[in-house]
Design a protein around this ligand. Structure first.
Ligand SMILES: [Mg+2]
Length: 227
């Protein structure tokens, strides 16, 4: 396999992310445990997040606003200013979490650098993703950083247009079959799935992918066996 550009998803591909969201949601569930079960509350948050995606997109700020809407719904609009402040604190804490790289990420980047153009292609808040890239220390390995508002086919096509790269010369690596794999295969690119131990409900798909341009690896260093 000889791609010209190798792009990496960031959250739960380069560094840990979803456990921080799980922890934030647990804090929210504790705050509102007198109103509903954790399971019900998690369902309500997800509903608000998905409904708000066209307006807010992805990321922690959108998540925070969806928690506030969930709190309004749970309390029948009786939530106090103090309660809103506690929700904002959950969001602000998320924006200041330490960045912890997944195992072997840096050594893999070290070995790929110079042979390929390396790109980060991520969703989320622009400022937050730039902060995490900075704090991670792996920014210098990358030729280009792209924070996409979504990861649908058109978003990838626009990015490849800007990078002057044909889909067949593009390899995307990520933990989400829905966002990092399917749209890339659909436009003629190559994709590698590296599952993370926990996945956001929204990113789950309920079918198996079989495609000649698709591979699934258990960990990031397996990339080195094919490029
Ligand atoms: Mg991810």
């Amino acid at each position: 396999m000889s791609p010209k550009i190798i792009a990496f998803d960031a959250d739960d591909t380069l560094w840990h992310n979803e456990p921080y969201f799980d922890e934030a949601q647990e804090r929210f569930c504790v705050l509102f445990q007198d109103y509903a079960s954790s399971q019900e509350i998690l369902g309500l948050i997800l509903n608000h997040q998905v409904k708000n995606l066209p307006l807010y997109g992805f990321g922690i700020k959108a998540f925070t606003l969806s928690m506030i809407e969930t709190a309004l719904q749970l309390t029948n609009h009786q939530i106090s200013g103090k309660g809103i402040e506690q929700i904002l604190a959950i969001g602000k804490d998320l924006l200041q979490k330490p960045v912890e790289l997944l195992p072997n990420v840096e050594s893999v980047l070290e070995q790929l650098k110079g042979k390929y153009k390396l790109v980060v292609a991520t969703k989320g808040d622009l400022k937050d993703q730039h902060r995490k890239l900075h704090d991670s220390g792996i920014g210098p390995y990358f030729h280009h950083i792209e924070v996409l508002s979504d990861k649908a086919e058109l978003d990838y096509e626009k990015m490849l247009g800007r990078l002057d790269c044909k889909p067949e010369d593009f390899l995307m690596i990520g933990n989400s079959l829905k966002s990092d794999v399917l749209p890339v295969l659909n436009i003629g690119g190559h994709a590698i799935h590296i599952p993370y131990h926990t996945t956001w409900e929204y990113e789950k798909i309920d079918f198996e992918i079989k495609h000649e341009n698709f591979k699934s690896f258990a960990s990031i260093e397996e990339i080195l066996t094919i490029v």
